[in-house]
Design a protein around this ligand. Structure first.
Ligand code: FMN
Length: 255
């Protein structure tokens, strides 16, 4: 969608807050009013969000932005959510509502992206899930057969029909030309999923298969520089963890 940005000069009080906040220094004060300098706007809407008089208008979006109610993210709850998260590989046979799926995607949309490119897209695998999984299974069975004699861990690996998606009700494939943008969106989505008592598996192996296999690429409509960054396998956990995981001490330098 094409966007344009305008400053309502009648509302502008030339406080300069937008000038200081613009990440690409694209706003100046002229004749005691804020004005846009060039067409280098990122459309990040920082100016819109920070203006105390709501004097900035950005066109071309399907919905207007909401005002922010003051709230405090509780740091101890947040740390608990981070620490108790586990990769789930065992799911209940229970559907996920469309409303929850939409909220998970919305959590991805609000992730930051480099230069506000918003170049992350999502494919929800629902009806086609089993078909795409079978392509990946066939591909991996061939690869594993070849490498099995050379690897201890591969020797015990059995690629059953549900090897990638573990029977989960929903899989969301995250696509972007930029790995970091896709990964941040994915983590937002994973936490949103967990807030609904859902469990998540990042399927790196399916992502590898998807980027290599022509049939999967076609089904995902992967074109140009777009790649599968990661794949979230999501469902209600059929397992319960009683303890938090061991982790190595942080490697931190302070200079
Ligand atoms: C990028 C990424 C890719 C992963 N790919 C797979 C995968 O293909 N299959 C799998 O069983 N687990 C996969 N995992 C899960 C990791 O194996 C898991 O995070 C690790 O075993 C630690 O367990 P925890 O997540 O419960 O702390 C992946 C995790 C990440 C972050």
């Amino acid at each position: 969608m094409k966007h344009s940005i305008m400053i309502n000069k009648e509302l502008c009080i030339s406080c300069s807050i937008c000038v200081k906040d613009c990440p690409v220094s694209n706003i100046e004060i002229k004749d005691k009013k804020a004005q846009i300098i060039s067409d280098s706007c990122l459309f990040c809407s920082h100016c819109k969000a920070i203006c105390p008089k709501d004097a900035i208008e950005i066109t071309g979006y399907s919905e207007d932005v909401e005002d922010i109610d003051k709230f405090l993210l509780n740091s101890s709850d947040l740390m608990k959510a981070i620490k108790t998260r586990r990769t789930i590989r065992n799911f209940k046979d229970e559907k996920i509502s469309n409303e929850i799926i939409e909220n998970i995607i919305e959590a991805g949309i609000y992730a930051p992206t480099a230069r506000n490119n918003q170049d992350v897209s999502y494919v929800i695998l629902d009806n086609k899930k089993d078909e795409l999984e079978s392509y990946a299974v066939n591909m991996f069975r061939k690869i594993i057969k070849f490498f099995k004699p050379f690897s201890k861990s591969l020797k015990r690996m059995e690629i059953d029909d549900k090897f990638f998606f573990k029977g989960a009700p929903i899989v969301i494939v995250i696509i972007s030309p930029n790995k970091i943008n896709g990964a941040i969106a994915a983590q937002n989505m994973a936490f949103m999923a967990e807030s609904y008592d859902l469990g998540v598996l990042y399927s790196g192996l399916f992502s590898v298969a998807a980027n290599k296999n022509k049939k999967i690429k076609r089904a995902l409509e992967l074109t140009g520089k777009n790649k599968v960054v990661t794949t979230l396998v999501i469902g209600y956990p059929a397992v319960k963890y009683h303890r938090i995981a061991y982790k190595e001490d942080a490697k931190v330098l302070r200079k």
